[in-house]
Design a protein around this ligand. Sequence first.
Ligand SMILES: *[C@@H]1O[C@H](CO)[C@@H](O)[C@H](O)[C@H]1NC(C)=O
Ligand SMILES: *[C@@H]1O[C@H](CO)[C@@H](O)[C@H](O)[C@H]1NC(C)=O
Ligand SMILES: *[C@@H]1O[C@H](CO)[C@@H](O)[C@H](O)[C@H]1NC(C)=O
Ligand SMILES: *[C@@H]1O[C@H](CO)[C@@H](O)[C@H](O)[C@H]1NC(C)=O
Ligand SMILES: *[C@@H]1O[C@H](CO)[C@@H](O)[C@H](O)[C@H]1NC(C)=O
Length: 260
Amino acid sequence: MKQQLQPLLSLPLLLILLSHCTGISAQGAPAASPDAGPIADAPAPPGPTNVTKILEKSGNFNLLIRLLKTTQVDTQLYSQLNDSYSKLTILAPTDAAFSKLKSGSLNSLSESQKDQLLQFHLIPDFLTISNFQTLSNPVRTQAGDQFEYPLNITTSGNSVNITTGLVNTSISGTVYTDNQLAVYQVDSVLQPYGIFAPKPLPPAPAPAPEKAKHKKKASDDSPVAAVKSAAGSVVCDLSRNGLVSIGVAVVFAAAMFLLQ
Ligand SMILES: *[C@@H]1O[C@H](CO)[C@@H](O)[C@H](O)[C@H]1NC(C)=O
Ligand SMILES: *[C@@H]1O[C@H](CO)[C@@H](O)[C@H](O)[C@H]1NC(C)=O
Ligand SMILES: *[C@@H]1O[C@H](CO)[C@@H](O)[C@H](O)[C@H]1NC(C)=O
Ligand SMILES: *[C@@H]1O[C@H](CO)[C@@H](O)[C@H](O)[C@H]1NC(C)=O
Ligand SMILES: *[C@@H]1O[C@H](CO)[C@@H](O)[C@H](O)[C@H]1NC(C)=O
């Protein structure tokens, strides 16, 4: 009975979800600067800044470079910096910083954890040393949410202290700076909770226990109830219209089912 229901459900629901959940805002395109005359377009584009090249020049960041390459975050940065409106500050751990990590801890990470670890060292803004005192904590990085990836920065004078809760360090040098990109040296890898000491997640809504009693009960339910409960598990954030459409789909699917 359930198996018959599935394909009936899937199509209308899928169509509705697609129409409500994947719409891309048409407002994403950057507005042209009102002052930009023809002259603004004249200078030949110098091409995006190559972070790998900058780090290579310093000679102190071989392990970071290797990680940037294996995760392909190097190409992400290249295209990120190709947009001249996009600003970036990199907190770059030295080779010595990586060698302070517990041995094997980097190798034990999954690809997506390695990626997140790198994103955690990227602040999507251009910060001079004195700009750091204007930040409020926790500082937004390019890694996931701040619950799993908290980064706090405090300053006094020209010293900039950084804490993740697991690691305390400070900025120990400026590697590179222009008006778009700043690269600062840090002597520890910034280890976020989300990877190195995961906090327990907030409890998820418990799925109905798979007991024989429940299974029996489910098969006694009316088809409409079964459809409703399947629709109830949809995770997407739907507008009011979406809910109406789901309702329509539920009725439609139920009607199809009853016609069989
Ligand atoms: C950036 O520089 C590195 C090192 O010089 C080079 O290997 C790499 O191909 C460059 N990346 C791009 C996208 O040009
Ligand atoms: C940079 O962006 C321009 C315009 O969006 C695009 O044409 C070009 O291919 C990009 N270059 C690189 C190296 O990504
Ligand atoms: C920064 O860290 C150093 C050494 O850990 C400490 O002495 C100093 O008080 C800290 N400064 C700020 C502003 O947190
Ligand atoms: C970071 O700053 C926030 C806000 O001030 C604070 O609640 C949190 O405890 C701080 N975390 C660490 C590890 O310092
Ligand atoms: C980081 O610094 C804070 C405050 O100075 C201290 O309480 C904490 O124990 C330090 N954590 C580590 C891992 O050193």
